[in-house]
Write a protein that binds this ligand. Structure first.
Ligand code: DOR
Ligand code: ZN
Length: 348
């Protein structure tokens, strides 16, 4: 049995940091785990302009611990108003890495997202021309479609045509939750990748619904049945460079999670690397952890792999019950429970 593992420092290619007091509460957790992160723009109001993103990035940097080397790379919020000048500016700025597509109404703060996907084809053409990757929340919002089928239907209706039409556009299917999403990415043309969250690798829908509703296990796309989770684990641990880590760590105040209408999002940032390590360990695939956590994403975004190393040790560690103060208290996944691995050391 391997009891410790040393790999290049990892990156989180899908992260929600929020703003204001919540940002202050959470950003240090990601910075202690990851070297870089792709930061999502679904703020209130959403960050739809490069300047808004760069201002937000400054607030993130200001909220970091003094000695932190954490590098936030920003994703621009796609609206049907995005013009070519803005895309060109984003593509030429090293602090902006991608554009994020939210179908309108699909998830938290997505109301300003896209209603008619056909209407953004000119924008996608500009993104292809300027080589700016598209990150996709891949779920339809059609009320007729069952929530458990929304990812699968999105692939057929929308993502396949986009991938076929813009053959040089780099596309990431974010937070894949189904065997269909995995197959889509595996079979797609080159330039198509997918992120996997720790929570979708660890939990199935029983964890959300059996023994009482578990609001801290509610996220979007919603947790699926066990056979889908097994497909995600197989993909993550396969060594296929199309798949890489994106936590989708999404903090919400405890009061808004433990509510009659609880919001979607699972907070994994404080223990994300430990959780991914546990998944790979359980699958007897620790030899593939480094590719998934630290190499594949950087390679996809054509960024250098991180220098330095991080060492994890098999050592059960308790997880805090909550972080932050008062209205900003946030409950992590596994609150009051245990992680099987621990970060022992990290160098830059
Ligand atoms: O569970 C989620 N929470 N899924 C998303 O797509 C958005 C995120 C959030 O921002 O809270
Ligand atoms: Zn997200």
């Amino acid at each position: 049995m391997t009891d410790s593992i040393t790999i290049s420092p990892p990156d989180d290619w899908h992260l929600h940091l929020r703003d204001g007091p919540m940002l202050e509460t959470v950003v240090g957790h990601s910075a202690s785990q990851f070297t870089r992160a792709m930061v999502m723009p679904n703020l209130v109001p959403p960050a739809t302009q490069c300047q808004q993103l760069l201002d937000y990035r400054q607030r993130i940097l200001a909220a970091l611990p003094d000695d932190s080397q954490f590098n936030p790379i920003m994703a621009l919020y796609l609206t049907d108003q995005l013009d070519e000048a803005e895309i060109s500016e984003a593509a030429s700025n090293p602090h902006i890495g991608a554009v994020k597509l939210y179908p309108a109404g699909a998830t938290t703060n997505s109301d300003a997202g896209i209603g008619d996907l056909q209407a953004i084809y000119p924008i996608l053409e500009w993104m292809e021309k300027h080589d700016l990757p598209l990150l996709v929340h891949g779920e339809v919002t059609d009320p007729e479609i069952d929530i458990f089928d929304r990812e699968t239907v999105f692939l057929e209706r929308h993502l396949q045509p986009i991938v076929d039409t813009f053959t040089n556009l780099r596309v990431v299917l974010e937070h894949i939750t189904t065997a269909h999403g995995i197959a889509f990415v595996e079979q797609a043309r080159s330039g198509v990748g997918g992120t996997l969250t720790a929570h979708h690798l660890l939990l199935n829908r029983n964890h959300m619904l059996v023994g009482g509703i578990q609001p801290h296990h509610y996220c979007l796309p919603v947790l699926k049945r066990e056979s889908h989770r097994q497909a995600l684990i197989a993909a993550a641990t396969s060594g296929n460079p199309r798949f890489f880590a994106g936590t989708d760590s999404a903090p919400h105040p405890k009061s808004e999670k433990e509510s009659a209408c609880g919001c979607a999002g699972i907070y994994t940032a404080p223990i994300a690397v430990e959780l991914y390590t546990e998944v790979f360990d359980n699958a007897n695939s620790l030899n593939r952890l480094e590719g998934f956590l630290s190499h594949h994403g950087a390679d996809f975004y054509r960024l250098p792999r991180n220098p330095g190393e991080i060492t994890l040790q098999r050592n059960p560690c308790p997880v805090e019950r909550e972080f932050g103060q008062d209205e900003q208290r946030v409950v992590p996944l596994r609150a009051g429970g245990w992680c099987q691995w621990q970060i022992l050391s990290r160098t830059n």
